[in-house]
Design a protein around this ligand. Structure first.
Ligand SMILES: Nc1nc2c(ncn2[C@@H]2O[C@H](COP(=O)(O)OP(=O)(O)OP(=O)(O)O)[C@@H](O)[C@H]2O)c(=O)[nH]1
Ligand SMILES: [Mg+2]
Length: 254
């Protein structure tokens, strides 16, 4: 079967959100004539997430589930989803409705019709926002975004989990996913040339519990240094130099 787009939904114990998210994504894509594969990548949830997905599979033939039992983690799950995606164009979206699914057709059009390699839903450009986060969470997230800008300065929200890409930019790259910032890994090591950020409003989850742990801070620091090492010492990528050149040329889309 041909798919225009693969929508990857990473899950870990999301029984309160998963069914509504799958049905919503499917309705939005169908409403825009996008033939989509919905690929849920689950880290062996112990709640009702897996039975819910299996229950929906009888009426949605485009719904696939990967149940992982080794090397758990959000970025690892997204990467496994990307490697198994049946479409060249891929959308990543959280399951808890923090990311607005109605924006998926815009991401898709920017990849398909305007030829962007990667499109990032940004909280930190004009028109973007975060709603209902405590001050400490805002400070940590914004601090992480600033750190990201030291390496990839044109991108204001490199840690966003709401992003879309053309699979060709990760083919043959040496990605080592860890933590929560898969988009930053791809910006640091992928073979992109055209990237765009679009504003999104990120709403704090209303249902289910957070999977965020403090270890994602150390994971991010390891990832950040690894991207630096990969570009500056190993010279396996020139993305940092390329991004700075674009930034100094003052282009926001590139
Ligand atoms: N497969 C997999 N998915 C995960 C893992 N951790 C989180 N997720 C999923 O990734 C998405 C983002 O996780 P969240 O817990 O919402 O993280 P967050 O948005 O930073 O924090 P909160 O919204 O406060 O919970 C959700 O769809 C989670 O179910 C994991 O280890 N494996
Ligand atoms: Mg969330």
């Amino acid at each position: 079967m041909h798919f225009d787009l693969t929508v990857i939904i990473p899950t870990f114990n999301e029984e309160e959100n998963i069914e509504r998210m799958i049905v919503t994504v499917d309705a939005i894509c169908k409403g825009h004539n996008i033939i989509e594969e919905i690929l849920v990548v689950d880290d062996n949830s112990s709640d009702g997430t897996i039975p819910s997905i299996k229950g929906l599979q009888s009426r949605l033939s485009n719904l696939i589930i990967i149940i992982r039992t080794k090397n758990p983690g959000l970025s690892q799950s997204l990467y496994e989803g990307m490697l198994n995606a049946q479409s060249e164009l891929i959308q990543c979206i959280d399951c808890d409705f923090s990311h607005p699914p109605e924006k998926i057709p815009l991401f898709y059009n920017l990849l398909k019709d305007e030829g962007f390699d990667m499109v990032i839903g940004s909280r930190y450009i004009a028109g973007g926002a975060v709603i209902h986060w405590p001050v400490i969470r805002r400070a940590l997230s914004f601090g992480a975004a600033l750190l990201g800008r030291l390496l990839i300065p044109p991108v204001k929200d490199s840690g966003s989990g709401f992003f879309a890409l053309n699979k060709k930019i990760i083919n043959g790259t040496n990605l080592t996913p860890r933590g929560f910032r898969m988009g930053f890994e791809i910006l640091g090591k992928g073979k992109w040339s055209k990237v765009k950020e679009i504003p999104i409003t990120f709403i704090d989850r209303e249902r289910g519990s957070s999977k965020m742990k403090m270890s994602i801070i150390t994971d991010y620091l390891k990832q950040w240094f690894h991207v630096l090492y990969f570009n500056v010492i190993k010279r396996e990528s020139h993305n940092i130099f390329k991004a700075w050149k674009i930034f100094l040329g003052a282009k926001s889309d590139f």
